[in-house]
Design a protein around this ligand. Structure first.
Ligand SMILES: C[S@@+](CC[C@H](N)C(=O)[O-])C[C@H]1O[C@@H](n2cnc3c(N)ncnc32)[C@H](O)[C@@H]1O
Length: 229
């Protein structure tokens, strides 16, 4: 079975970013021992790295297939909140597209997975993300990461902007609104998961709904939209 090359520290990030990778045992231990012990220790030492590698690969492959119709070769892509970037890595590898990644560079002490009004939660490490891309065969020519808290964001034309389970899923779209207004071109396609898809009908001329999550606590829709009004 195909899988990612991933070390324990990076597999921990994948588990923190994708809670569907948490085993039932770990989920129960999180309930009993609390978010701090889970975020700092259990998610790192009570995981099977090889199993996470397989499952994370399959998950990212399914995300790739979900958005594939919007992707072509050699696009310039921005990803907001990519996590370690399994999806973005597959895009760079398969389509030779260049990916810019804006992310946080720290792990919150006790990660809370709801709507984060202050946008304080972070669960990524850019050094680990960098090593993940390199050890899975994507060279620096194809990706560049920007630290949300310390770097100037890239100001260029992007063909696609992706944000899976991050922008407007965990924190308000408005945090990025001014920046996006500067870089969005009429034909730039934005793909993101949101808990309020109706709101974006007022902001964009075109919207496709490409995924719906109705069985989770956090109900959401994945939308592809273009042409900001
Ligand atoms: C639930 S994870 C999703 C990761 C990845 N997109 C995926 O689908 O597996 C949310 C990610 O958003 C990041 N994040 C939080 N606030 C952010 C911000 N203001 N800008 C960019 N990334 C942010 C977190 O660090 C975390 O890696």
């Amino acid at each position: 079975m195909e899988k990612f090359i991933i070390n324990r520290n990076t597999a921990q990030l994948a588990v923190l970013q994708r809670t569907e990778l948490i085993s039932p045992l770990l989920r129960n231990l999180r309930k009993i021992l609390g978010r701090y012990i889970f975020s700092q220790f259990l998610s790192k030492y009570l995981i099977n790295t090889s199993e996470i590698s397989n499952k994370y690969f399959l998950l990212m492959e399914s995300e790739y297939l979900n958005i594939k119709k919007y992707l072509t070769k050699n696009q310039t892509i921005l990803s907001i909140g990519s996590g370690i970037g399994g999806l973005e890595l597959l895009i760079a590898k398969n389509l030779k597209s260049h990916i810019s990644l804006i992310e946080k560079n720290y792990i919150s002490k006790k990660i809370r997975y709801g709507w984060d009004i202050k946008n304080n939660e972070g669960y990524n490490k850019l050094k680990l993300q960098y090593n993940f891309f390199k050890s899975n065969g994507v060279s620096e020519e194809f990706f560049k990461a920007y630290d949300f808290d310390t770097d100037n964001f890239p100001e260029k034309k992007f063909d696609i902007i992706i944000s899976l389970y991050s922008l407007d899923y965990h924190y308000n779209f408005d945090i990025y609104k001014d920046y996006l207004k500067k870089i969005l071109q009429p034909n730039t396609i934005m793909i993101f998961d949101t808990i309020r898809s109706e709101y974006f009908k007022k902001l964009f001329k075109n919207i496709d709904i490409i995924k719906e999550e109705n069985n989770t606590v956090h109900k959401s829709k994945r939308i592809a939209c273009w042409d900001l009004i």
